[in-house]
Design a protein around this ligand. Sequence first.
Ligand SMILES: Nc1ncnc2c1ncn2[C@@H]1O[C@H](COP(=O)(O)OP(=O)(O)OP(=O)(O)O)[C@@H](O)[C@H]1O
Ligand SMILES: [Mg+2]
Length: 254
Amino acid sequence: MSKTVAFHLQKGGVGKTTISGTLACQSALEGHKTLILDCDPQGNLSSWFLKEPPKFELSDVLQGRCYVGNAIVAAPELENLSILPTFGIGGTLKNYSETKLSEEPFILQDLVKEVSEEYEHIILDLSPGLGRLERSALIASDEIVTPMTPEVFSLDGLEIFIDELAKLKKNMRASVKHNKIIINSYDERIRQHRDIFSAAESSGRFLVYRIPVDPLFRKAQEAGRVPQLYKVRGRGMKAATQQAIMDLDSSIWR
Ligand SMILES: Nc1ncnc2c1ncn2[C@@H]1O[C@H](COP(=O)(O)OP(=O)(O)OP(=O)(O)O)[C@@H](O)[C@H]1O
Ligand SMILES: [Mg+2]
């Protein structure tokens, strides 16, 4: 059975793309056929993994300019990982979402259904915000996992997201699950990080995960590589980061 997961919070720079990409790689490494839908008009995830500019993008599929199978491309290094990309530069997803998407809010849900025969795990990367495009992507998902950084106001941002998501689910009759949060770029030595983790956990509303701060993510992104396979001067991902990714992977897909 196929499962679709979006990593989302309306706030920018919390690790949505890093976590979506790394979890997609982990799923592929574990042998599952995995597809990334790059729903961010900036196309960061696509430029991370694709060296060559692809012929078609997600927006072409949504606008009926090509078949979905013609737009999906294989990611390098991992045979089980594929991407339905978005062009960051010169792409048409932003324009499509601002003009035509309002007439077809379920189009991403339909697309996910179409590819779900072929892929076990589908991961959506979204841009920050809660506009039309993000809403369509959220209701196309079976589960939303929220990454956040351990900063002042981060828990306020989470509350806003919970409220907005409740309204969206009600209006769109959607039943998407939301019971996991990830405190990203976590540093055990910093008291504020420990306090935010404890506050999130003690609310009892969420399963709370932590991903350590690890410079390897940025280096792997700059090099266009899979973080789990990338090494700089013989050093790869921290053991604690690898463990956190594996724990999250098994908890999301089990
Ligand atoms: N655990 C981490 N340790 C160290 N750096 C990280 C970690 N997670 C993310 N980063 C870095 O933080 C920056 C922002 O991450 P990312 O692009 O994934 O955030 P985002 O939520 O997708 O941003 P946007 O809202 O712009 O789409 C990137 O440079 C990334 O390499
Ligand atoms: Mg991003």
